[in-house]
Design a protein around this ligand. Structure first.
Ligand SMILES: [Zn+2]
Length: 174
């Protein structure tokens, strides 16, 4: 299950990531959350061999490519920043997103949210992270994606988890 948040940016204002293992600046394309039917499964990655309740993927594309579709065709086209969530304190940045979820409780439904910065949802990688190259296979082809996984899980409250769980949406391919 997942929900996607994307935005439109004026020329030169799109959020970017760079540095570390990245050989070029990558511009923000979209972010989406994965979660499962209950709190014991939802994250795509595991931590110490167990799944966590939810995971955020922030998809960025190499700034030399015009869009995500074009970038997916290239081996240096797509970088995904991944953040895992653990039960804990309420997450103020996530609350703005969670409260909009009831508007998109059907597959392929969409809702226009109040414009807001994505930065608070996607913390800077100031500590350790994992990185690897992963292949994502769709019915027509295979795409290569570089993953950067934040080592330290982000807290969200049990109430926020419970808002995610009843909503059953589609799963993206990555
Ligand atoms: Zn994903």
């Amino acid at each position: 299950m997942a929900a996607t948040l994307s935005g439109k940016y004026a020329e030169g204002t799109c959020p970017m990531v760079s540095g570390g293992p990245l050989t070029a600046p990558y511009k923000f394309s979209q972010l989406h959350f994965h979660w499962g039917p209950d709190i014991s499964e939802g994250s795509e990655h595991t931590m110490e061999c167990r799944r966590l309740p939810a995971e955020l993927h922030a998809v960025h594309i190499n700034s030399k490519y015009p869009n995500q579709e074009a970038a997916l065709q290239e081996k240096d086209g797509v970088v995904i920043l991944a953040y895992l969530f653990v039960p804990g304190q309420a997450n103020a940045a996530l609350q703005e997103f969670v409260k909009d979820l009831p508007h998109i409780n059907k597959v392929h439904s969409a809702f226009r949210v109040i414009p807001r910065p994505v930065g608070p949802l996607v913390p800077q990688f100031t500590k350790d992270y994992f990185t690897y190259w992963g292949a994502v296979t769709s019915p027509s082809c295979s795409h290569l994606i570089q993953w950067l996984v934040f080592r330290e899980p982000i807290e969200l409250s049990p109430d926020q988890v419970s808002l995610l769980l009843p909503i059953c949406l589609f799963s993206p391919p990555y």
